[in-house]
Design a protein around this ligand. Structure first.
Ligand SMILES: Nc1nc2c(c(=O)[nH]1)N[C@H]1C(S)=C(S)[C@@H](COP(=O)(O)OP(=O)(O)OC[C@H]3O[C@@H](n4cnc5c(N)ncnc54)[C@H](O)[C@@H]3O)O[C@H]1N2
Ligand code: MOO
Length: 410
């Protein structure tokens, strides 16, 4: 078992252990939020024909090359083409067709002129300007061409991707199955959230915070409830979910206390501990084990430590298992608005609120930031990264923050 490793080493070990899970075939709209498991190539030109992007008149540029305000060119209107219909006529010299947005251009024309720039009757149209050949025409294939790689495996499916897949006629799509994440809160001090508080007890908030984090990533959480600091109970809860879950997260019981039993329980159900303790604050005592192709994360019971270590370690693994091709946060340089005096011998993440104003990022830190404090996480959207040995930081200094709601753009 490796211990006291760096953040980078921990992530490398975890990413190595996390191939994507299998793909499934789902109806198009059910794929929203999922990750595409196949490269999608275009098999139809879009648009499939040269079309008019305007309501107006399709004409021959040659006929109108001498048009001016004082001496407009008059063309004979020989047809009318609504979208969805096509003209059988070939447009000849000094002729025009009235055409609607989206309609296929008839043979012979090479310019479309919007209504507002013309004067017209049913029989003829007056043109006041010359236009170069090709003006106001949407060319066949200008959006997508046959053979184009339009969506890459690993892309997250959002509304635009759904539109593209619909354009290509895909009623069903291959996506990676959502990772299943079981969550167990260990600690004899814990009560279910509906229970009234009794002496020495607190409610289990961690499972809910983590289930929300899992849900936000598009994965499937399953809360296994609370369990006493009793190794047999922890083991039986783990065993009951090893068949279902791709990832198990426990909170509490990973430090060095008499009742810190998580690691032992992981080993006794047959999992191999990959590492215990990472050089970071908060959440140092994190333990991770591997059981077949599943990972078991033992996170600190401290609510903010659990939240932050989830973001650093569990989130990238859920994303990688879900088939995503990016699983880092966007990192930006930002101006610190308040001072941060703590000097740490370990890398530290501090919850923060980061905003953008006048072409700069600014970051403010809530007053409370200890790993046992949950309340000040509310409203935060970023983590200030403090490398080991640096600090104190003064207000106005430039610092680096991770934006928790923005993935890195490749
Ligand atoms: N002698 C030492 N003691 C501790 C050390 C150490 O190095 N030496 N490390 C400290 C650090 S740092 C952390 S972090 C904690 C981690 O401890 P555990 O992971 O074993 O967590 P617990 O002791 O079970 O709980 C910590 C704290 O969080 C509360 N908690 C637990 N579960 C929940 C839950 N589901 N919802 C809300 N709150 C929860 C729990 O009551 C404790 O107050 O160890 C330090 N000790
Ligand atoms: O590692 Mo602990 O979460 O700092 O208190």
């Amino acid at each position: 078992m490796r211990t006291n490793i760096t953040l980078e080493e921990a992530l490398e070990i975890l990413l190595r252990q996390s191939p994507p899970i299998e793909s499934i075939h789902v109806p198009l709209l059910e794929s929203v939020g999922g990750v595409l498991a196949e490269d999608v190539f275009c098999d139809v030109n879009m648009p499939p024909f040269d079309k008019s992007p305007l309501d107006g008149y399709a004409v021959r540029s040659e006929d109108i090359k001498n048009a001016s305000r004082d001496e407009p060119i008059i063309l004979e209107v020989v047809d009318f083409i609504p979208a969805g219909y096509m003209s059988r006529k070939k447009v000849s010299q000094n002729q025009a067709v009235r055409i609607m947005t989206g309609a296929k251009l008839p043979e012979g024309v090479d310019v479309v002129i919007r209504f507002e720039e013309t004067n017209f009757t049913d029989q003829e149209v007056k043109i006041y300007n010359a236009y170069p050949s090709g003006a106001n025409i949407s060319r066949m294939g200008e959006d997508m061409e046959v053979g184009d790689l339009v969506l890459k495996a690993g892309s997250v499916i959002d509304a635009p991707e759904i539109g593209i897949l619909a354009t290509l006629g895909k009623g069903y799509v291959h996506v990676y199955r959502k990772p299943r994440v079981a969550i167990l809160a260990t600690g004899s001090e814990l009560l279910e959230i509906q229970q009234p508080l009794t002496e020495g007890k607190i409610r289990n908030s961690n499972s809910y915070t983590i289930a929300a984090q899992v849900k936000k990533l598009g994965a499937e959480p399953l809360m296994l409830g609370i369990c006493d600091d009793d190794i047999e109970t922890i083991k039986s809860r783990l065993k009951s979910t090893l068949g279902w879950a791709d990832i198990i997260i426990t909170t509490g019981g990973v430090s060095v206390g008499d009742y810190d039993l998580a690691k032992e329980a992981f080993q006794e159900v047959g999992a191999e501990i990959l590492f215990w303790r990472v050089k970071m604050k908060p959440g140092t005592p994190i333990a991770v084990a591997k059981y077949e192709d599943k990972l078991i994360f033992g996170l600190s019971g401290n609510p903010a430590a659990a939240y932050i270590t989830f973001e650093q370690f569990v989130r990238p693994i859920i994303q990688k298992k879900a088939g995503k091709s990016t699983y880092k946060f966007m990192e930006v340089h930002s101006v610190l608005e308040n001072e941060f005096n703590k000097i740490s011998s370990q890398n530290r993440f501090v919850r923060a609120i980061t905003y953008y104003k006048d072409r700069k990022y600014y970051t403010k830190l809530p007053e409370k930031h200890s790993s046992g404090v949950l309340s000040s996480l509310a409203g935060t959207n970023s983590l200030l990264y403090i490398p080991a040995g640096t600090g104190p930081y003064k207000a106005g200094e430039e610092i680096k923050v991770q934006l928790l709601n923005h993935p890195e753009v490749l």
